[in-house]
Design a protein around this ligand. Sequence first.
Ligand SMILES: *Cc1c(COP(=O)(O)O)cnc(C)c1O
Length: 384
Amino acid sequence: MNRGSPDICDLAPAYVRAIAPYQPGKPVSELQRELGLSDIVKLASNENPLGASPLALAAMRGALEEVARYPDGNGFELKAALARRHGVRAEQIVLGNGSNDVLELAARVFLRPGAGAVYSRHAFAVYPLVTQAMGATGVETPARDFGHDLDAMLRAVTPETRIVFIANPNNPTGTLLSPGEIAAFLRAVPREVLVVLDEAYYEYLPPERRGNSIAWLEEFPNLAITRTFSKAYGLAGLRVGYALASGNIADLMNRVRQPFNVNSVAQAGAAAALADQDFVQRSQDLNAQGMARITAGFGKLGVEFIPSFGNFVSFKVGNAPRVYRGLLELGVIVRPIASYGMPEHLRVSIGTFEENERFLEALERVLRELHRAGSETCPESGER
Ligand SMILES: *Cc1c(COP(=O)(O)O)cnc(C)c1O
């Protein structure tokens, strides 16, 4: 090696080298390999336990015949379906390879070194990731009861701020802001700041909790709303999400995306899924029942939890790493959320009836064993 010449990796921007990788939920296959278990329940990634709509599956099978062709780079059919459903113009839509993609497109358009983005503590991990990838400055505001403190977020906005990220409901806390709170925020925030309202779990909200956020697009040209097919539509593996914004903002975001960022099978599957609102309703019903069952189970076990409006709920166990490991050994995968600043909590996704029972039984067993171990031995110092 040429002495004195720097390693190419050292020449990557410091802000890229400092990125802490996103930590996904543990895949079933990995736990199978590690522990040799076969009967595994994954409740770690807020996936839809009903699977996907049969109509979407059929559409995707049909689309397979055409995979030798490039997709429609402008997503005409899917945008037309979304435009009809939401009452917006197709020019206001940005399609993405998951809504993660459109979150990143917003960052690419508006962030750069010296610019700032504001997000809340315990908010979705992708906001700091896309901010840091652009070399921009992330400003994390303190949470209020685990949710967004919009007053603090407004105070954190400076002349350098270009984006404020709001997750509603938020993941992993499940907290929800009311339409009135968000509208007041939108009225107060400077028009030169893009507000990204991430509504990945919108479809799970009971009707009386849903604001008509899309109507705000008319009033607030600095608003972008993101939605996804990954959750209530049951297409997480397909990777389709979208943003709705003013035509001008959507245009900028579309300029920086890959020309074919949503593949042809995904476009067909998403359009068919959108047409199957019965499936979405069933997903919402199953989720509401499962949420009631799991939170009642927490109550019985004396486990504290954060009331959630998503398809998941975070609960407090104190020694989260040990409870996580204990559940894994019983074949139940949940999500540790220490990287969200919540080291004493775990997050569980709502599953099918059977999966929820299996989780609650496993949790009871793990907590009982921990309790017994704790009362038989002296408290281990340094471990909490
Ligand atoms: C799951 C989730 C998303 C969706 O991600 P996709 O890339 O669309 O799969 C977006 N925002 C939040 C807060 C989420 O929890």
